[in-house]
Design a protein around this ligand. Structure first.
Ligand SMILES: *Cc1c(COP(=O)(O)O)cnc(C)c1O
Length: 474
């Protein structure tokens, strides 16, 4: 030993010779370098985010975005008066997104950044509930939707609204416009089409659903608004499939949510909720806060919230513009199509979504087309040994008989990565053919992977709820 001298190697420092504190509030201090190293090393066990094709969220940002996030670490977006320029940049984003989604009054309509689509969806749902009540709605409010992301089941449960999910039928894996009207009544506060399903990546037919509701109104007088959950589609179709009419061009669409941190390309923690016009957001939801000697309308579930996400979203918008977004998203779609084509060549796979920008988001989904001695959970598990995280899960009601697999491709996913993945799929299948797994034993484990909220496992029915969201048993 060197007597009084401090050891100069981090890994010889005293703090690191003890296990990391696990439980109970730690008594002792340790040096920041040591604490950092402990935390950093714990995280080695996490998956590599860019190989996580189960997530929809941003896993690649440029250095300027990182710098802005760092510079804004201390900015609370709720302090409109203290950080007026942060508030201003958020408002500019609201106007830009309203314009992108064709609000008839993009300059003056209301909207807000949120922590993601979940918060934005709650706000859209609450606005619909308040409008319904103001129009004389009594009894138990309900909303009608297809196979939705779990945030809508949360909205239903947290805010006492009945969720009416239109069951899937036949080969159509999206809510069928013909099926919508029969689930609606005078207590229906909204219909929620998903513009970019989490299960398959497919767009639901917002225009068709809107027309079905027009017909319902002509017949019964019921005027039911639409809220579009465009979590992923909201920053894709406007650039890569502008001919799809899904947005405020449809007068029935009163509000839209999207995740800035998905295809909006912002870092994690950014979402948007936008109303068609200011009149579509009920006054009761608005709280005014001080702003440059006046006041500013806020309507969020959170109070304090980081400002960097909205600021960096503004950076993305002005950095890329429509042209840049089109280029970036088209490149991801192209890599997705390459992957889709490759999958049909390497395996007995039938594509459900092949990353066609007119049909859905930048994702590929598929099922096994023949009888094999392995299933998609086995394949998911094999791919995991190479670092690829790709979800396998059952379809929602009434098609739970079917297992599918989905790869969500994001900014930073290249042709090269698609080829590496395809080679691993091929290798995995060769192995699975040669050494069939005892599927029933593997099942529990493989299913655990779909617990990830992004795999959109149906929530358990209230009462039967476990602490983790629904275990995917097929
Ligand atoms: C991801 C997603 C959500 C939830 O969005 P977050 O930004 O993760 O809160 C809601 N709806 C759909 C369709 C999604 O894909």
């Amino acid at each position: 030993m060197t007597g009084n001298l401090e050891p100069d190697d981090l890994f010889a420092m005293p703090g690191i010779k003890r296990p990391a504190p696990h439980r109970g509030f730690p008594e002792q201090e340790i040096f920041p370098q040591v604490a950092y190293q402990i935390v950093h090393d714990e995280l080695l066990l996490d998956g590599v985010s860019r190989m996580n094709l189960a997530t929809f969220c941003t896993t690649w940002v440029d250095d300027q975005a990182r710098r802005l996030m760092n510079e804004c670490l201390d900015k609370n977006i709720v302090d409109k008066d203290e950080y007026p320029q942060t508030a201003e940049l958020e408002q500019r984003c609201v106007r830009m997104v309203a314009d992108l989604w064709r609000s008839p009054d993009a300059e003056r309509t209301l909207g807000t950044s949120t922590t993601g689509s979940s918060e934005a969806a709650m706000l859209g749902g609450l606005a619909a509930k308040f409008r319904w009540r103001k129009n004389g709605g009594k009894g138990v409010p309900n909303f009608v939707c297809g196979p939705v992301q779990v945030c809508w089941e949360k909205f239903a449960r947290y805010f006492d609204v009945e969720i009416r999910q239109v069951p899937l039928r036949g080969d159509r894996l999206t809510m069928h416009p013909d099926d919508v009207a029969k689930h609606c009544d005078e207590n229906t506060i909204m219909v929620v089409p998903t513009f970019g399903q989490t299960f398959t990546g497919l767009f639901e037919d917002v225009e068709g659903i809107s027309k079905a509701l027009d017909a319902l109104q002509a017949k019964t007088g019921l005027d039911i608004p639409i809220h579009v959950d465009a979590a992923s589609g909201g920053f894709l179709a406007p650039f890569c499939a502008p001919e799809i009419v899904w947005d405020f061009r449809l007068p029935r669409v009163k509000s839209i949510n999207a995740s800035g941190h998905k295809t909006g390309l912002a870092p994690l923690g950014a979402g948007w909720a936008i109303w068609r016009t200011a009149a579509d957001l009920p006054q009761e939801l608005i709280f005014n806060v001080d702003y440059l000697g006046g006041s500013m309308a806020t309507f969020n579930l959170n109070f304090s919230r980081p400002g960097g996400q909205a600021i960096t979203q503004y950076y993305d918008f002005i950095r890329l513009g429509r042209t840049g977004y089109r280029r970036v998203q088209a490149a991801i779609y192209a890599a997705g199509q390459h992957l889709a084509k490759g999958l049909t060549e390497v395996g007995p796979f039938e594509l459900i979504h092949d990353a066609d920008p007119r049909r859905g988001i930048t994702a590929v989904s598929w099922r096994l087309s023949g009888r094999e001695n392995f299933n998609l959970y086995d394949l998911s598990d094999r791919l995991r040994t190479r670092g690829w995280l790709i979800a396998a899960y059952p379809l929602p009601a009434d098609r739970q008989d079917e297992t599918i697999m989905r790869a969500v491709l994001r900014h930073g996913f290249t042709y090269d990565m698609a080829d590496l993945l395809l080679a691993d799929v091929k290798r995995s299948m060769k192995l699975l053919h040669a050494h069939p797994l005892k599927t029933s034993l593997m099942r529990e484990d493989a299913c655990g992977f779909t617990h990830n909220a992004q795999a959109a496992v149906p929530m358990p029915k209230p009462g039967k709820a476990k602490s983790t969201a629904g275990k995917a048993k097929s």
